[in-house]
Structure formats: structure tokens, C-alpha cells
Design a protein around this ligand. Structure first.
Ligand SMILES: Cc1cc2nc3c(=O)[nH]c(=O)nc-3n(C[C@H](O)[C@H](O)[C@H](O)COP(=O)(O)O)c2cc1C
Length: 383
């Protein structure tokens, strides 16, 4: 990618806009256990050298995204799942500095950071990364962590009204040449000023993974990257969700967006070995106490799944944050990803139990098959 260090349209610097049919991201490498709620050996520990090695591997393999999880408190149980967690903006600044081409995300809980500070941090990371930054906006649903900030958790749909106002201010700061005043329901800005502007023009891409009707509407209106939850084998349902989101964005807001999902990976020489290991780390070594805490709150606080579906989904939450199972041989995983691309998905953020070892395996065994299947172009780093 061209070295710019000055204003550039997003596709000139950010790999999120490359022409790979199926884009790839690493999800949750900033939090203890990543996305796997398990005591199984080799699960992720939150250290900077771990992050740096994982980010470097993904970067050199041509991945498009490093997406962190915004978390402030764990979910209890023997793992205290995600309890040890790096702050996302500062983590992203570090990732930006040790990588060359990958898209670098911060995930931001809007009630925990003033939009003026968020815009400034984002711009700073966009410059450190030379135009590879993207911002994942989350409203927050995990009450115990938000209560640490002393603010009462807002009613579900009000959170998105708050997020909309927050984002309008951030976008204004990123783009306005003149100082501006803003008087809203939640914020008051006097003579708002922001320099330098981000490298990416008009401004860095926005991700939002809202799953409720109000959340999806927010994503359709503001996000360049939205997420859907895909149930196992339900490719028709996934296609309908992708089409719904694209139509909503196009018809109501005149916009195009990418649609991604998250998936957990267990790749082994045989399907049997993959399934055995999945059962081992979920059924035998899973932290069912932590997942009870997590699903109880997510069932009440988020609009993505009805409470009874959340119960049935516990297995997938332990396996990888409710993601799509990418379980089997490298060939089987490639077939599954081809089906997901076939329903119109643009990308998948991935998680593993042992991020570093299994990412290395992914790069050696799965990535070449994805290239053969025409889902990705072979990645060559510029000299
Ligand atoms: C890929 C992905 C990443 C997410 N990252 C976070 C996160 O880091 N922190 C968080 O509190 N919620 C996170 N969420 C939750 C969503 O932002 C959203 O609140 C949830 O999907 C429920 O949708 P709703 O807010 O529309 O009810 C994530 C969800 C997905 C699918």
C-alpha cells in the first residue's frame, strides 16, 4: 500500500476496502481467554508480547482486521472470563505501531468516553497507522462494568440515541474545518475544534455490531461494517439477514455497507479430532459459571437473541462468543467459508482457544485453500 502520511480516501490506505471476496479479522486478542470461555490449556493470556505476536502474524498474512473487545470487568467463574483486558484505543495504538498493513480497530463503549477525546484518540491512531484505523461503536450492555463508571445504564433504545449523538459529534470533529457549537440531548460542545484531521477521508470507517432492530438501523445509517449472527447451517437465514441490512442501508439512508459475522475455529487433521477437541474445551473444560453470568445479562440487556435462544446458545458462547462454528479439516472449513461468502457476507472475524498456535496453523493450512477457492488473493507484502 502506498505510503501516504497525508489525507487519502479510505481504499488508498485501509485494507478493509480491498477486493478480497472474504475478508478476515482476528477478534478479541486484547482480553483474557479471547472469545473462548474455557479452562483448556493454551488459552489466551493478556500480555503485550502475545498481542504483538498475534498482530504481526495476521498482518504478515494479509488479514484485514484486528478487532478488540471493549471490556472493563470479567464475568466471574473460575476463568473470570475477559477479566484481564487491555483498553482498546491504547491497545490499537500499539498494534498500529507494530504492524504494516492490517486494519486496526478500537472498540469504544460510547458511555465511557467523551466524543472529543474519542475523536482525538482515533485521529491519533489513524496517523500512527497511516490510515488503517476503524472504530467499532458499542453502546454497552454489561451493567456491572458500566456501573464502575458511576453512570446508570440507559434503557436499550436510548443507548442508540446517545450513540447517534456521540457519533455525530465525532464525525463533525473529524470533518469540520471551522469551529462549531453543538447543543444536543446528551452533549453540549462549545467551539468544537479538531486538528489534525484523520488521514482517511472523509473519516475512518465505522463498525457496529448491533443485532436488535434499533441496533441494525443504527448500523445501516452509520456503519461501514455491520454484523449478523448466523445459526449453524442456516445459510438461507443468513442470506436474508444480509439482504435486509443492505436494503435498509440503501433504501433508507442511501448507503452501502459490508456485512460480516464472527466465527470460532477448530482446525484438525480429521473432523473427528476437531469435534473431540471442541467437546473437550467446551463440555469438559468450559467455564459454565461464567457463561451463565454472561448469558443471563446479555439475554436481558441486548436485543439480539430472545432469552430462551440465549440458553440454547451457551455452547457457542463458550466455544467462541456465539460465533459460527468453523470446525473440521482445513478443507471443510474452506467449504463453510465459501458458503458464508456465497450468502453475501464480506468477512469473518475469527477466534481460537490458542490464538498464536492456531493462527499459525490457519495461515499454513487454511489460507492457501481460501486462495485456491478464489475467496482471497495471495497476499504479497510490499518490499
Ligand atoms: C463481532 C461483535 C463484536 C462485539 N464487540 C463488543 C464489545 O467489544 N463490547 C461490548 O460491550 N459489546 C460488543 N458487542 C455487542 C454488540 O455491540 C451489541 O450490543 C450486541 O450485538 C447486541 O445488539 P443490540 O445492542 O442491538 O441489542 C459485539 C458484538 C459482536 C457481534
Amino acid at each position: 500500500m502506498a505510503v501516504q502520511h497525508h489525507a487519502a480516501p479510505r481504499p488508498a490506505t485501509n485494507p478493509l476496502f480491498n477486493d478480497n471476496r472474504l475478508k478476515l479479522g482476528v477478534f478479541g486478542a486484547n482480553v483474557s481467554n479471547g472469545c473462548a470461555i474455557t479452562l483448556a490449556e493454551g488459552h489466551l493470556e493478556t500480555t503485550w508480547p502475545n498481542t504483538a505476536r498475534i498482530a504481526t502474524l495476521a498482518d504478515q498474512a494479509g488479514f484485514e482486521a484486528m478487532v478488540p473487545v471493549a471490556r472493563w470487568k470479567g464475568f466471574g467463574g473460575p476463568t473470570n472470563f475477559n477479566g484481564s483486558c487491555f483498553e482498546c484505543y491504547t491497545w490499537a495504538a500499539g498494534v498500529a505501531a507494530v504492524t504494516e498493513q492490517i486494519g486496526v480497530f478500537s472498540t469504544s463503549h460510547v458511555p465511557t468516553v467523551h466524543p472529543l477525546l474519542a475523536a482525538k484518540q482515533a485521529t491519533t491512531i489513524d496517523h500512527i497507522s497511516n490510515g488503517r484505523f476503524a472504530l467499532n461503536i458499542v453502546c454497552g450492555w454489561y451493567q456491572p462494568e458500566l456501573e464502575m463508571f458511576g453512570a446508570p445504564i440507559m434503557e436499550h433504545d436510548t443507548r442508540y440515541e446517545y450513540a447517534a449523538e456521540w457519533l455525530e459529534i465525532v464525525k463533525r470533529l473529524w470533518t469540520a474545518e471551522d469551529e462549531f457549537d453543538f447543543e444536543g440531548r446528551f452533549f453540549r460542545i462549545q467551539k468544537g475544534f479538531h486538528q489534525p484531521k484523520p488521514i482517511q477521508r472523509p473519516f475512518p470507517p465505522i463498525m457496529n455490531a448491533g443485532g436488535s432492530p434499533v441496533g441494525q438501523r443504527f448500523a445501516a445509517k452509520y456503519a461501514d461494517m455491520a454484523f449478523i449472527l448466523v445459526r449453524e447451517h442456516d445459510y438461507d437465514g443468513a442470506r436474508a439477514q444480509v439482504q435486509h441490512l443492505r436494503r435498509l442501508a440503501r433504501e433508507e439512508f442511501g448507503r452501502e455497507l459490508q456485512v460480516w459475522t464472527n466465527g470460532y475455529v477448530v482446525c484438525r487433521p480429521t473432523e473427528r479430532e476437531a469435534r473431540d477437541y471442541l467437546n473437550y474445551y467446551v463440555r469438559e473444560r468450559g467455564d459454565w459459571e461464567a457463561v451463565d453470568n454472561l448469558t443471563r445479562i446479555i439475554g436481558i440487556q441486548s436485543g439480539v437473541l430472545p432469552p430462551e435462544a440465549v440458553e440454547a446458545f451457551k455452547f457457542h458462547f463458550i466455544a467462541g462468543w456465539g460465533g459460527y462454528p468453523l470446525v473440521g479439516t482445513a478443507e471443510q472449513i474452506t467449504d463453510t467459508l465459501a458458503k458464508l461468502a456465497g450468502v453475501g457476507l464480506d468477512g469473518v472475524v475469527l477466534s481460537w482457544v490458542n490464538y498464536e498456535a492456531e493462527l499459525q496453523q490457519w495461515i499454513a493450512e487454511v489460507l492457501p485453500l481460501l486462495e485456491q477457492a478464489g475467496l482471497r488473493r495471495p497476499f504479497r507484502q510490499e518490499a
